[in-house]
Design a protein around this ligand. Sequence first.
Ligand SMILES: [Fe+2]
Ligand SMILES: [Fe+2]
Length: 442
Amino acid sequence: MDLARETMTDLIRSSWLIEAARSDLFAGWAAASGEWSESAELAAARAELFADALAELERKPDLHLRKGHTGWLRGVVGEAPGEVPLGDLFAARLGDWVEAHTAGFLGDRGTRLKELGDRERAALKFPDDLPPPPPFDPVETIEVQPPGPIRFRFAILGDLHFGSPMGERMAAAAIDDINGSGAELVIQLGDLTDHGSAAEFEMATSALRRLEAPCTTMLGNHDVLAIEEQKFSGRELYGTAFGREADGVMIEHAGFRFAVMDSATHERSPFAPFNFVTGTFVEGPGGALVHGSFTVPQHEILADIAAPNTPPAFVFLHHPPQPFLGFPPILFGLREADSGRLHATVDSGNVWGVFAGHTHRNARTRHYDSVPAQEVAIPRDYPFGFALVDVADNGYAFRFVQLSDEELLREASRSASHIHRRYALGRAEERSFVWTKPQPTL
Ligand SMILES: [Fe+2]
Ligand SMILES: [Fe+2]
């Protein structure tokens, strides 16, 4: 397999982190239950293989991310075995993901990886039928007020995936709710389409035309490559659909700047999508590479944002910046060099917040001092909604809002598993928060 060195390095870094976290998770489960110690040892041995592979690439494992990633994993599958239905099998499937993506190019280490995986799987029983998802349970909006009088409100509309089951209906419901929300502008976070086809772009533009407030969209990884034709036609289709080059754009509103970055990378993923139910790749071609990057014109936008004596700014991009935890860690985020540039931009003091899509969850990726990098959940998937931001002179209030169409929510909830709910909902402080501009120190 021909993998670019950066992709291979990030894949091995991700795999080390996943196996290290699985090992720590199972060790905790072993302490709680007396079982799982063998799984902990097997995962630790697998992590060791990736540490060796990284040493050959002259790269150290990301030790500083281990604790955070283990914490994330516990949050999804439970502190104790059996706490979350199918939590144990999901933790095993993460190991299957690692194996499917790496064993083929790791030589003898790949063979050893598989042997260790076979021993782990031998102790597990995968059910023929999945248990039913939990019943519908509405998500209340946690109301928050900005630190001063509201100057204006804007909406953040996450990935839409037109062309996927429920994509169109859930997007339409979100558009209705945003029209009634008082938002003066809307920023959409990419993955407008599911397969990057011309028909899906058309669905997206005709639906978004119903928004009463001006909306700025961006290219996501699902948009750049037309899967059926295996052609990078997204830039062209996007230009026709939305009337701009997909190289980032800066808009201004009420004395604020909104930098909208097209962070999708124009490279093919060497992998087909992975099915977590079966633990194998889906038949057929893969999409674009899942990690993000900025083109040169987007670096120019960041330089503009960071210039002295310029207005405050919000930055929007499809991919969460590094250090990215979640699944798969590292590999799924904005590449390291571009994350570093974004960090420097925020350090200018002009940026009030960074908002990303791609992960379909509410989560705080990180903070830059006080400034949050926030991931926003989507209309199509649990918890089914969008975000509203109330901006004041000295800060803002962010809150995630679930869609209001209860009948539609009930229907959509039937495919939201326990695992997915724990993954995507976000803690209270990741669904609603207030940011206040720090006072300059003398
Ligand atoms: Fe997406
Ligand atoms: Fe995405």
